[in-house]
Write a protein that binds this ligand. Structure first.
Ligand SMILES: C[S@@+](CC[C@H](N)C(=O)[O-])C[C@H]1O[C@@H](n2cnc3c(N)ncnc32)[C@H](O)[C@@H]1O
Length: 226
């Protein structure tokens, strides 16, 4: 009896592996894609240098923010984008500036205090979870941060929960297909297609692609409606 059952069990196991291994392996490989180095806090002054090459006002215009919108700036660093985001959403809006390095969080807190920005909240998050509020955000914004994410899929699951039904996720990051005189090493840059594939697998769909940036891609997603 046992002798006869063995081949069937093996066959079922084999069938299972053939059918499901590709799914697991792509999930695992995306989840464990080598992340870039975390931006070193002792170089925070570099994040404060003016970036003609990043055209902040053009980025802000293309985000189509309205007064009263609620935005999360994930991986906010020195708060370079937090300030213009806060100005766009106005007094009735809110910007949550989040980072996982305490030095960045302290730096932004001081900046927010010095500039008397009443509509900014500073959050010390976890690598897999920005620790925000569910179903709360009109826009989640990640600039120069996606390539540093240690667990992109867990992060995206949490972002999905935090976004409102009509909320958008904007990702701006270094494009390895565009040569740049500065930025992270090329092997740390994540290709645009990888980002789009990872986002699609995580349940997002691409709704806008902006091509004006010389060293970056700028992608906007929303949650897929099933
Ligand atoms: C290169 S800086 C970019 C800062 C800012 N967005 C900008 O463009 O000026 C990347 C920031 O992302 C933060 N970071 C990396 N992984 C993160 C994660 N999983 N969650 C939140 N922040 C993260 C780093 O600590 C760092 O401050």
């Amino acid at each position: 009896m046992v002798k006869n059952k063995m081949p069937l069990v093996m066959l079922k196991t084999l069938l299972f592996l053939v059918l499901f291994l590709p799914l697991f392996s792509s999930y695992i490989s995306a989840q464990t894609r080598d992340p870039g180095e975390l931006f070193p806090p002792d170089k925070i002054f570099l994040l404060e240098e003016p970036r003609d090459w990043q055209n902040t006002e053009e980025i802000m215009d293309r985000l189509h923010l309205g007064a009263g919108d609620i935005v999360a700036d994930i991986g906010a660093g020195s708060g370079y984008f937090t300030v213009p985001l806060a100005s766009r959403v106005g007094d009735k809006g809110l910007v949550f500036a989040e980072d996982i390095q305490i030095e960045m969080v302290n730096y932004i807190s001081k900046k927010v205090e010095a500039l008397e920005l009443k509509n900014v909240r500073v959050i010390f998050g976890k690598p897999e979870d920005p620790s925000l509020l569910d179903n709360f955000f009109d826009l989640v914004f990640l600039a120069n941060t996606y390539h540093e994410l240690e667990t992109p899929f867990l992060m995206l699951e949490n972002i999905k929960k935090d976004l409102r039904y009509s909320g958008r996720l904007a990702i701006i990051d270094w494009d390895p297909a565009k040569q740049s005189p500065f930025g992270p090493p090329i092997e740390e840059k994540v290709p645009e297609n990888t980002v789009i594939n990872e986002l699609e697998r995580a349940g997002f769909e691409l709704i806008e692609k902006h091509n004006f940036m010389p060293y970056h891609y700028f992608l906007v997603f929303r949650k897929k409606s099933y």
